[in-house]
Design a binder for this molecule. Sequence first.
Ligand code: NAD
Length: 265
Amino acid sequence: MKFTVISRADDHSKETAQEVRFKMEKMGLLYEEEIPDFVITVGGDGTLLYAFHRFKSKLDKVAFVGIHTGHLGFYADWTVDEIDKLVNAIINDHLQVVEYPLLDVSVSYLDASREMKYVALNEATIKSSVGNTMVVDVEVQNTLFETFRGDGLCFSTPSGSTAYNKSLGGAILHPTISAMQMAEMASINNRVYRTIGSSLVIPKHQPCVLKPINKNEFNMTVDHLHVFHSGVRSVEFRVSEKTIRFARFRPHPFWKRVKESFITD
Ligand code: NAD
């Protein structure tokens, strides 16, 4: 069994990461940075997002475990006190792997020879490049649904629905639902312009395509990453065929995590 540990840069996380590595190696587990079986992150949800993007080409091989050194995270939901339990569970093969849906994003350009592809764990957002109104045609399942005018649009995964999407008033989706959610950012609605005004939950195999009307430039985020795109013809969002695998060593139901994060522990 091979593992790697990815830590946030603060001292507490670095010391915890060293402790994890020491205890794992002591039990005969092999430290391997290229193709490990387990990626153990120490820090917060941001650390797990970073690790996800580092291992995004090996998602079928690795399982992630997040240890939090600050407040309880959505992905970083193991505590520092549980390191021994974690090591024992790996050694004794007492683990359960759960798979969560991801989001694929493809950017097509006016120059048809170019294309960019991304995969997101939380969400991808698209906003105008210079802070003016973003105007795009929104096609759902190959049919024009609306012309959106506003600050931008956010497409989230079910596990990302508790992140940026939630701040935008989107619904929280259980990660066993294979779907993506489109949430509006400050849409303009009056007698002339009209958008649906609520979030859409779109199932697998139904792509959503944005086509620019006023400008071909956008600022895009994919989780914690920021990218500027110019000369854009269209941007397609769809539920990915890939999934992220999380190793669970004790039950931690999603709704319990939602309650503990947003209401009370
Ligand atoms: P970060 O790591 O500091 O994360 C920001 C906050 O989002 C943290 O409190 C983190 O615990 C929480 N978070 C991350 N993923 C979550 C999830 N799936 N469910 C619930 N909470 C979650 O900042 P970063 O490194 O820039 O992380 C990028 C993430 O921050 C983005 O994926 C986006 O979801 C989030 N974000 C939120 C807002 C907003 O709510 N207004 C704005 C920008 C970015």
